[in-house]
Design a protein around this ligand. Structure first.
Ligand SMILES: [Zn+2]
Length: 207
């Protein structure tokens, strides 16, 4: 193939671009905007990838606070509202001898979102400030974040578990609090942040 890659040179230096639709690669000089094979819009790197990823990530960083500090559920019992944050919910699950569910809720609603935000922030900073940190390890960390993203529906499912568990079949009235929408925003924005990130930027950051 005429577009064969040259060892020791990055894809950007060679103007190599990969089509995400048909998987063929081409050279940006000969095919500047569209894939010559399937005519899909194409560019050497995802446009504004870092800016988009930062924007979603910063939104997630902001909303993780109300998600954890405000009540995620309200229990209405004898006309009194009992608020529960994610953390107090986990504690009451433990009190009710539901340790396994408490651990699942803790991992899905506290550990995973914080890990995703910290890992993506680390990779973005490593790229921007050209930290001397193994690029293979950066990609490996990103792949974990991306893999967890596939399970994001579990994070949202957790809210329903909490509502169902607190209800305990006693026909109590449980309502979602403001933290529920904040938590949903955190789940979605971390997902979008990972999707906007172009992993090839890791290899572009020359040391
Ligand atoms: Zn194509």
């Amino acid at each position: 193939m005429e577009n064969s890659a040259v060892a020791g040179k990055t894809g950007v230096e060679q103007g190599l671009q990969l089509c995400k639709v048909c998987g063929n690669h081409s050279i940006s000089k000969t095919a500047p905007n569209h894939c010559p094979t399937c005519l899909n819009p194409i560019s050497v790197r995802t446009k504004n990838s870092l800016q988009k990823t930062w924007a979603f990530l910063i939104t997630a960083m902001i909303f993780i606070f109300p998600a954890n500090l405000y009540p995620i559920t309200y229990l209405l019992k004898n006309n009194i509202r009992y608020p529960d944050t994610i953390f107090s919910g986990i504690l009451s699950l433990m009190d009710s001898d539901m340790l396994t569910i408490a651990i699942i809720v803790f991992i899905a609603s506290i550990v995973v979102p914080i890990f995703k935000i910290m890992a993506l922030t680390f990779i973005l900073l490593a790229i921007q400030y050209r930290w001397r940190f193994s690029r293979k390890k950066q990609l490996w960390i990103f792949n974990i974040v991306d893999w967890i993203g596939k399970w994001s529906i579990l994070d949202l499912f957790v809210i329903s578990i909490m509502v169902a568990v607190f209800d305990k079949g006693q026909l109590l009235s449980v309502y979602p609090g403001i933290a529920a929408s904040s938590f949903t925003i955190v789940v979605l924005t971390t997902l979008f942040a990972a999707n906007s990130f172009d992993t090839r930027l890791i290899w572009d950051a020359k040391k």
